[in-house]
Structure formats: structure tokens, C-alpha cells
Write a protein that binds this ligand. Structure first.
Ligand code: NAD
Length: 486
């Protein structure tokens, strides 16, 4: 049985309390690893190692030297591509192509892109006039924030964790990472990569455990953590924000979503079906940017519902490496219970179940896995809980609309504001609607395309702050102004 340890000051170590928790496979619920849980003392050791590394060799490197090391990290991830793919498949149960096309290459890219950003970022300077006529020159320097606490979720573990660690290290910070208790494997592998490449000890630390009253909470409460970057549920973000208020620590939050897909009758029908299918069901619906509310212009509504139903019913459940399968399970039994409870709520609220709604038939060796059917509903009022709240499962509700104003109001009538996908061949309308939907990211005739140099983040209860490209510097560095009297 694989034993997963914490990674503190360049060493793989067991938590001092000697506690372990089990990591179950989403495919069949087998225990695949035992994970050492970090207690308060371990979190303290990790934070102190990160603090010391700031003052050590890491803090004295030039930007070019740091950039070279981060290129080395990206190259080593690529060299060990298959190890990362295998670990992420074991943790999540999702199909191989999701790992090889998105999750793992993006993890490597997160180090390269932010190394490039930090190398090329300009700094501002202003000449000012002074009463004596000699003037003064102001210029800005960027310094690292210090020790950054990184808390990440399970749905795209490696991609989302490196999306924080890449820019944090590029900017000269050190990190203590608390990956989700559901997905400890790839973050731990990254520790090996850091040692191979020669990243100084203490720069990258990993502590395993849970949230409340465990490693996550201990990290957010530690007074030597200077800033906290978090991806996860809005409710968890609220708890972390309260902890960060103590000591005035900065936060960056990427939170939940209840995203709308808007399909106009003039859209390329097949592309819209393909796009909405992916946005509702990729990664078994466990994507923060996924579409759980679909609004379709009335003339094509019935045709659209039937076409999406046919695609949802064609998925093939199976293991990540099974060439005949293309669909994975949910991450845990606990999450499956949550999703199934929403499936029951939809029926209780009077939904028409177009397809799905329960647990699929799977081969006997997968019977204990956390499988659920892709599910489509129609006929619910906008007040129904499955239309208002994030389910984070493979499901969507489809509703017809008649006018542009009506669909914009429907899309905006939600507490979340993460993303939207709009399907139309009328470009003027696409731009008009995009400007009025209250979200951080809008896709037109596409979904999930991400240029890592662009601003990423949510509006309303979907987040605080923007990361990506130079926007990440706002969080991972502090700007200091220096004024020189001439
Ligand atoms: P979660 O909030 O339950 O957990 C996320 C992480 O926070 C885990 O590592 C967990 O152990 C830790 N945690 C939980 N309680 C904590 C506490 N009190 N203090 C400190 N740490 C704590 O989220 P999840 O279930 O892992 O992920 C799914 C959620 O993440 C969904 O809501 C999804 O929309 C969101 N998400 C958002 C984005 C985005 O970019 N906006 C991306 C991916 C996922």
C-alpha cells in the first residue's frame, strides 16, 4: 500500500502525531493509499521552513536564476509525464485523455508561463515636479509577499494547485500547499520534482489533511503566513476569509459557480450541442466553469433537448485506461450522496427528467465506485434549488427563452458570477450579451479555452481578485514606491 507523506523543508516526513487517513479510489472505493495527516506542529514546521527559505538562498537568487529553475520544474514534469498522468488518474478516476490533454500539460505550463511573465514585466516610473524646480523620480519595485498558503480542491488537482504555485514561486515567494484530502498524489510527486531540479529546501512544502480543525485551518490561522490563495467552495472561502482577517492577510479566492449557457436559435446547432455537452458533463460535471443552467431560444428548444439527451445517453462508463470508456465517476461517495440528493430534490420540485437521475449500471468490478448518470431536467421554476445552487455534478436544467433581455436577466439572477458560454452566429449580439452578463469569464461559441496570460476570476460570490498573466502579480507581489529627489 502506497504511503503518502508530508513534504517539509525538502524531506518527505510523517506527521508527528503519526495519524494516517485512507485515500479511496473513485472507481471502486478500494483504499489505494494511506496519507499522513499533518497536525499543528507539522504545519508550523512547514510554515517556518518556508519563512527560513525566504531569507536563504531562494531570496538571494536573481530573477533569471529563478526563471531557469522554474523552467526546470516544467521540463521535469514533462519528463515524468506518465507518472503524473497515472497519479492523477488514480486520484480522480477520470479518463486518460482528460489528463493528457488538459490536467498535466497545464500543470507544466503554469511554471513556464509565469516564469515568462515575471521575466518580462515592466515597472512603472514617474517624474514629478517639486517646488524648488529640481523634481523627483518615483519608481516601483515588486517584492514577494512572503509565505503564501495555497489551499486547493480535488476536481482538477494538479492544474489548479500549480496555477497558484507557479506564479507564487515565479514572484519569489515560498509556499505551503494543502491539497484536497481527496487528491494527495500529484502534489506529493511535485515535491520529488522540486528536489530533482534543485529548488532550495523549504521553498515548496506540502501538508496533508482536511479543512476544519485540521491542516487547512491550521495553515490559514498561522501568523507567519502572509497571504492565502484558495480555490474551492464559497462557504469554505468565507471561513478562510475570517481566519485571514486576523493579522490582515491578503486573500485570493476562486470559488463556486452556477454558470449559464445561452444558446440562440441562429447558433451552429451541432457546435452548440457539442459545446454545451462538454461544459455540462466534462470531468463528470465537476468543473467550476461548467454549465448547470442552459437557456435555449424557443424555436430550437425541443430539438436541442433531444440532441443533448442522445449525447448524454451515449457515454461509456469505465476505467481511465479502458479504450472503450470515456466517462468517469464522481470523486467520493460523500460527493455522490450530495449530487444524488439534488437529483431527488429536482424530482420533488416537479422536474421532467429528460435522462439520467440515478446510478448507472456498471461492470461488477466497478459496482462500489462513485458513479452517477449524466442528468438533464426541464420544467423547473428558477426558484428550484437545483437551478439556484451549485450541484457540481453531471447535470443541467434546460429552459426556453424568447428575448435577449429575458435571457440576460435569467443568467444574472444568481448569487454566483463565474462564467457564461454564449452560442450564436450574430456577432453583434454576442458582444452585446457578453458585456451585460455579470461574470468574470465569457466564452462565445466556445468553452474552457484558457490563455494563461488573461485575467481569471469570478464576480459576485464566485471569487475575489483576478489571477493570470500580469494580473497574478497583484496578489503574489507587493509594489513598493521609491522616490528620489533629483
Ligand atoms: P472545498 O471548499 O470543500 O475544499 C477545498 C479545499 O479547502 C480542500 O483542500 C479542503 O480540505 C480545504 N478546506 C475545507 N475547509 C477548510 C477550512 N475551514 N479552512 C481551510 N481549508 C479548508 O471545495 P472542494 O469540494 O474541494 O472543491 C469543489 C469546489 O471548488 C466547488 O465549489 C467548485 O466550484 C470550486 N472550484 C472553483 C474554481 C474556480 O476557479 N473558481 C475551480 C475549481 C473548483
Amino acid at each position: 500500500m502506497q504511503q503518502i507523506k508530508n513534504f517539509i523543508n525538502g524531506e518527505f516526513v510523517e506527521g508527528v502525531e503519526g495519524k494516517y487517513f485512507d485515500k479511496h479510489s473513485p472507481l471502486d472505493n478500494r483504499v489505494i493509499a494511506r496519507v499522513s495527516e499533518a497536525g499543528k506542529a507539522d504545519v508550523d514546521a512547514a510554515v517556518r521552513a518556508a519563512r527560513a527559505a525566504l531569507q536563504g538562498k531562494w531570496g538571494s537568487l536573481t530573477t533569471d536564476q529563478r526563471v531557469d529553475l522554474l523552467y526546470g520544474v516544467a521540463n521535469e514534469i514533462t519528463r515524468r509525464f506518465e507518472d503524473f498522468v497515472a497519479a492523477e488518474m488514480a486520484d480522480t478516476g477520470q479518463p486518460r485523455h482528460v489528463m493528457t490533454h488538459a490536467f498535466i500539460p497545464r500543470g507544466a505550463a503554469n511554471f513556464k508561463v509565469f516564469a515568462d511573465v515575471i521575466k518580462n514585466v515592466p515597472s512603472e516610473s514617474f517624474q514629478m515636479s517639486t517646488p524648488d524646480g529640481r523634481g523627483a523620480l518615483n519608481y516601483a519595485i515588486r517584492v514577494p509577499k512572503g509565505v503564501v498558503g495555497v489551499i486547493s480542491p480535488w476536481n482538477a488537482p494538479f492544474l489548479l494547485m500549480t496555477w497558484k504555485v507557479g506564479p507564487a514561486l515565479a514572484c519569489g515567494n515560498t509556499v505551503v500547499v494543502k491539497p484536497s484530502e481527496e487528491t494527495p498524489l500529484t502534489t506529493t510527486l511535485l515535491g520529488e520534482v522540486m528536489n530533482t531540479v534543485g529548488i532550495p529546501k523549504g521553498v515548496f512544502n506540502v501538508i496533508h489533511g482536511f479543512g476544519p480543525n485540521s491542516a487547512g485551518e491550521f495553515l490559514t490561522q498561522h501568523s507567519l503566513v502572509d497571504a492565502i490563495t484558495f480555490t474551492g467552495e464559497t462557504r469554505t472561502g468565507t471561513a478562510i476569509m475570517k481566519a485571514a482577517a486576523e493579522g490582515m492577510r491578503d486573500v485570493s479566492f476562486e470559488l463556486g459557480g452556477k454558470n449559464a449557457g445561452i444558446v440562440f436559435a441562429d447558433a451552429d446547432f451541432d457546435e452548440a450541442i457539442e459545446g454545451i455537452f462538454r461544459s455540462s458533463f466534462l470531468n463528470s460535471g465537476q468543473v467550476c466553469l461548467g454549465t448547470e443552467r442552459v437557456y435555449v431560444e424557443r424555436p430550437i428548444f425541443e430539438h436541442f433537448v433531444q440532441a443533448l439527451k442522445a449525447k448524454a445517453e451515449a457515454v461509456k462508463f469505465g476505467r481511465p485506461d479502458d479504450p472503450n470508456a470515456n466517462y468517469g465517476p464522481l470523486i467520493s461517495n460523500e460527493h455522490r450522496q450530495k449530487v444524488l440528493s439534488y437529483y431527488a430534490k429536482a424530482v420533488a420540485a416537479g422536474a421532467t427528467v429528460v435522462t439520467g437521475g440515478g446510478i448507472p449500471n456498471v461492470p461488477a468490478d466497478l459496482a462500489e465506485g462513485h458513479w452517477v448518470q449524466p442528468t438533464i431536467w426541464t420544467g423547473l421554476p428558477e426558484t428550484a434549488s437545483v437551478v439556484r445552487e451549485e450541484v457540481f455534478g453531471p447535470c443541467c436544467h434546460i429552459r426556453p427563452f424568447d428575448t435577449e433581455d429575458e435571457v440576460i436577466n435569467l443568467a444574472n439572477d444568481n448569487d454566483y458570477g463565474l462564467s457564461t458560454t454564449i452560442w450564436t452566429t450574430n456577432l453583434a449580439r454576442a458582444h452585446r450579451v457578453a458585456a451585460r452578463v455579470e461574470v468574470g469569464i465569457t466564452w462565445i461559441n466556445s468553452w474552457f479555452l484558457r490563455d494563461l496570460r488573461t485575467a481569471f476570476g469570478g464576480s459576485k460570490q464566485s471569487g475575489i481578485g483576478r489571477e493570470g498573466g500580469v494580473h497574478s502579480l497583484e496578489f503574489y507581489t507587493e509594489t513598493r514606491n521609491i522616490c528620489v529627489k533629483l
